[in-house]
Design a protein around this ligand. Structure first.
Ligand code: SAM
Length: 310
């Protein structure tokens, strides 16, 4: 596991892992606990990982408890995504959590993608997600990755979307959007809380939690073409108002699907080959293991294994 900026040394990380587990068991908010413990106003990737991993299972429980609400949310997203999906295309949910949104979207998306992918920083959430996909008879490839170093080639996914996963990454909006634009062939669809369209009470809450802001301005600064920008009709929590920001990339017609998404090493950007129990880069000699069906693809997971391919 990467220490991240907020965790300076091994001792800090050891203490943080044990303390946040104890805090969570006492019923405390894990993210809040980690922000206080690290003295950081924003959420580091390692804090996001620790906090969200502890909560694994809660989204599946939520989807079971409120199937109508889930359907409405996923239907709303599918409507936003459909115009950008080519026939036989590819789609990726960034920060897919337990795949409760991904599964619902894939069920109702008119155009069935040939390649559906989702990743999250938390293995436990991906693992819950795999079970949820199976239960819902939906096929998608789930893997562990960090949205700031996505292990896929440039312009290799037709449509890249988020559903509240940029949310906790306040302060790193530019790196996040640039990475998603790098990956997308046709469009990036961000479904995120929109600070600038939120009420003062919601803005205060977003600031408190270290949430993203200025998404539209950031995307425009990066040269993206903004096609849609508004709050959504169906918002689950008015204090965290979901909006959409659609960024179109290039002029290629949405009818043209590209080749299958290609893996690349998150550290060296060299091609990765799926060898069953690992994804392996012949050029760098790095292997990324697969844990119970979920490839682990952050730089911290790389194993120096020059002989694996021999
Ligand atoms: C609010 S949840 C939303 C999950 C899912 N998109 C959904 O709609 O149910 C945010 C998710 O984003 C993931 N996430 C946040 N930052 C991430 C990062 N840097 N890399 C990968 N995943 C991240 C978290 O682990 C968490 O599962």
């Amino acid at each position: 596991m990467d220490h991240g900026d907020a965790v300076k040394n091994r001792g800090d990380l050891r203490a943080l892992i044990l303390e946040v587990r104890a805090a969570y068991a006492r019923g405390e908010n894990a993210m809040e606990f980690l922000r206080k413990a690290t003295g950081d106003a924003s959420n580091s990737v390692v804090s996001t990982l620790l906090a969200y991993d502890l909560q694994a299972g809660s989204y599946v429980a939520g989807a079971r408890a409120n199937p109508q609400g889930r359907e409405r949310w996923c239907g709303q997203l599918a409507q936003l995504l459909a115009p950008y999906m080519p026939a036989q295309g590819s789609i990726l949910e960034v920060g897919c959590g337990e795949a409760t949104t991904l599964a619902g979207v894939l069920k109702v998306l008119g155009t069935v993608p040939q390649h559906a992918l989702g990743f999250d920083i938390s293995w436990s959430r991906c693992s819950e997600g795999l079970a949820w996909l199976t239960e819902n008879d939906v096929t998608a490839r789930l893997f562990v990755a960090d949205l700031f170093e996505i292990p896929l080639e440039d312009s290799s996914v037709d449509v890249v979307y988020t559903s509240h996963s940029l949310e906790p990454n306040g302060g790193r909006e530019e790196q996040a959007i640039a990475e998603l634009l790098r990956l997308a062939r046709h469009a990036v669809v961000l479904v995120e809380p929109i600070y600038e369209l939120a009420s003062p009470a919601a803005q205060a809450r977003m600031t408190h939690h270290g949430y993203v802001r200025g998404l539209r301005q950031t995307a425009e600064r990066l040269g993206a073409t903004v096609k849609d920008y508004r709050l959504l009709e169906h918002i689950e929590n008015p204090l965290n108002p979901s909006g959409v920001l659609v960024l179109e990339k290039g002029n290629r017609p949405a009818q043209a699907a590209g080749p299958a998404p290609a893996w690349r090493c998150p550290l060296t950007a060299t091609p990765l080959t799926d060898v069953g129990d690992a994804l392996f880069s012949k050029d760098s000699g790095l292997a990324y293991p697969v844990l119970r069906g979920v490839p682990l693809l952050t730089t911290a997971h790389g194993v120096v294994a020059s002989k694996l391919g021999v």
